[in-house]
Design a protein around this ligand. Structure first.
Ligand code: NAD
Length: 379
């Protein structure tokens, strides 16, 4: 067998997503055999002790506290950005200028202007770029898209997306970067609303108009260094919207961090003239399907266990019914990125999708202020 060419990766950041991406880079070769094989070359962080420990724990060859020097190293092929939103643009633009492929965590940026600059940079440099909306790459979600594309649901009328979490309500929840607008751009809106928006665009199409609102229920949290003092939250806890799609479908999209008891319920339902689909991340191996063409007395939602080798990505893993989990969504993402790099093509969602998503987020914020329907800006 021909040995796959190595792609040397530099990952900037090593927190939650750093763990998820490191695992994906380690798993993708043995399980999915992409044409290019990743080498976990350098991990970057701000604190020497922490990044050194992360390099050893997550399996990186080297560590650095200077991401600028690392993205300019000639031996690096791919820069993976897993830092908070306020640093995505400067890292991605520097990486593109240095001729590196770029994988960036969502949302692409903290503003439309930053997202535009990032897209312009990767286009000018002609490098492969990808955005990590990993939920597209769940076999059940890919199957949902195939069913919609086949026309079996008929004309699509509704997309109903809800991404529900409750971690803001955890006792003693301290102030963190996710509550600071300067670091993160927005709250539930950009963090989990952006995932729901990406699924809406993936499954139904472009959003043209939006009416939405944003609410901050828990306005302050104790500071981590001195819990007697409170930090004031500058982002939303909950975001809700009505949307109109270019193809005439209508949607509702909700992202909230204060839905008590809901941990990571990223749900959607799609209703068409001939059938419906429903999905919940907390049961990610399953897809609910209703087809009006089923014989009358047998009609009803059925549960498809999307673990068959015929389902997208599944043949790389286990026999039918041997379930996969959250981490596999990242391995699938990295696989498609490496295949994209082998072909010189940017897989979707890429920075174009990131910019479109960012324009919807911006229109949502505008609508929340104006209390009116707002048009989504176009490039
Ligand atoms: N795809 C998903 O489902 C998903 C899930 C969670 C987070 N995210 C996204 O991933 C990104 C990171 O989130 P996280 O949960 O991993 O955060 P985190 O707080 O767990 O980790 C952030 C990391 O970035 C480093 N960092 C922060 N600022 C930096 C800077 N200026 N330069 C270099 N390093 C810096 C921190 O030291 C830390 O290692 C965010 O964009 C977030 O929206 C995506």
């Amino acid at each position: 067998m021909k040995k796959p060419r190595e792609v040397r990766v530099a990952m900037i950041g090593h927190g939650f997503m750093g763990r998820a991406h490191s695992n994906a880079f380690r798993q993708v070769g043995p399980f999915m055999q992409p044409r290019l094989t990743p080498r976990l070359a350098v991990v970057c962080g701000r604190n020497e002790g922490a990044v050194k420990e992360a390099a050893a724990r997550l399996g990186w060859d080297e560590w650095s506290t200077d991401w600028r020097a690392v993205v300019n190293r000639p031996d690096i092929d791919l820069v993976d950005i897993v830092t908070p939103g306020d640093s995505h643009a400067r890292i991605a633009i520097a990486a593109a200028r240095a001729g590196k492929a770029v994988l960036c965590e969502k949302p692409l940026a903290n503003s439309v202007r930053e997202a535009e600059a990032m897209l312009a940079a990767v286009k000018k440099a002609g490098v492969v770029h990808m955005l990590c909306h990993n939920y597209r790459r769940i076999p059940a979600v890919m199957l949902a898209r195939q069913i919609i594309e086949s026309g079996r649901l008929g004309e699509i009328y509704h997309f109903r997306g809800a991404y529900l979490q409750d971690w803001v309500l955890a006792p003693g929840m301290v102030f963190r970067w996710r509550f600071d607008r300067k670091k993160t751009g927005s709250g539930a809106l950009g963090d989990i609303g952006s995932h729901s928006l990406d699924l809406a665009r993936f499954l139904v199409g472009e959003i043209t108009e939006i009416a939405g609102e944003l609410t901050t229920f828990v306005k302050e949290h104790p500071l981590p260094d001195d819990p007697r003092r409170m930090g004031r939250k500058t982002v939303d806890d909950a975001a809700a919207a009505l949307v109109r799609f270019a193809n005439g479908a209508r949607g509702t999209i909700e992202g909230t961090r204060v839905a008590s008891g809901r941990k990571n319920a990223n749900r959607f339902e799609v209703n068409g003239s001939l059938g419906s689909l429903a999905f919940d991340l907390e049961r990610l191996n399953e897809l609910q399907l209703f087809l009006a063409s089923d014989p009358g007395p047998e009609q009803g939602f059925r549960t498809i266990l999307a673990t068959d080798p015929a389902h997208p990505y599944v043949k790389s893993w286990w026999p039918p019914g041997h379930l996969i989990g959250y981490e596999h969504t990242f391995t699938h993402t990295v696989y498609d990125l490496l295949e994209g790099m082998a072909r010189g093509r940017s897989p979707r969602p890429n920075f174009e999708d990131g910019l479109r998503n960012q324009r919807v987020l911006a229109a949502w914020e505008k609508a929340a202020r104006s209390r009116r329907w707002e048009k989504v800006g176009r490039a």
